[in-house]
Structure formats: structure tokens, C-alpha cells
Design a protein. Structure first.
Length: 122
């Protein structure tokens, strides 16, 4: 299970990733095991790259306060030769440390990978 403090201070920012980056290299270097829960049923563990999403400047400043929104991206394989596709659906939930997340968006537009954006819930 990844350490929440470590990955929040990670050098990997999904906004900085080249769409053609080598997903296999990233998985070997930064892969983490995540267990998704779908409709109350825990799915098999999957290896994904976990990356925080940094709040935009306008969102961060807001009206005299900082944003309380915490988002991350899970990055897994999709249509990659010899690898199992990342099985994720909108509404899936999972935990990293004591923080629960819910998948809110899935992006299949980048070759060889699937990205799932998730938001912290309580």
C-alpha cells in the first residue's frame, strides 16, 4: 500500500506526462497495488501508477480559502500486448492509507493506457 505522504510529494505529475511515455517503464518503477470495490464487492488487486493531481492556481486560491478537493489519477494498461487491461469503472472506490477515493472519470484516449481520475471522499 503506498504511503500517502510519499506519493503526494511525488515527482510524477500526470499533467507533465507525455502521452506516449512508456507505460511499462512507469509500471515497473512506480507500480502500486490497488484493490477497487465495485457495487460493494472487492475486485482483484491491480498494479497501477498512482499520481496526485495538483490543484490549479485559481482553484487553490478560491475566495480566501484553499481548496479541500483532493484528486489522484490511477494509470494502468489498455490494449498493451501481453498485459491485462486495467479494469476500472466510474463509481469504483478504493483506499490509499486512511483516505477513500471514488473514480469520477475514465480516459481511454491515450494509446496503451487507461487513466482513472478519482476524488477523495469521506
Amino acid at each position: 500500500m503506498p504511503n500517502l505522504n510519499n506519493w503526494m510529494n511525488s515527482e510524477l505529475d500526470p499533467g507533465d506526462l507525455d502521452p506516449m511515455f512508456d507505460i511499462a517503464f512507469a509500471m515497473a518503477r512506480r507500480g502500486q497495488s490497488v484493490i477497487l470495490t465495485r457495487a460493494g464487492v472487492a475486485q482483484s488487486a491491480q498494479i497501477v501508477v498512482v499520481a496526485p493531481i495538483r490543484a490549479s492556481g485559481s482553484e487553490q486560491r478560491g475566495e480566501g480559502a484553499l481548496s479541500g478537493k483532493q484528486q489522484i489519477v490511477l494509470i494502468g494498461y489498455r490494449n498493451y500486448t501481453g498485459k491485462t487491461d486495467f479494469d476500472v469503472q466510474r463509481g469504483d472506490t478504493f483506499a490509499i492509507g486512511t483516505t477513500r477515493f471514488r473514480v469520477t472519470y475514465i480516459d481511454d484516449t491515450i494509446p496503451n493506457r487507461r487513466e482513472a481520475t478519482a476524488e477523495a471522499t469521506q
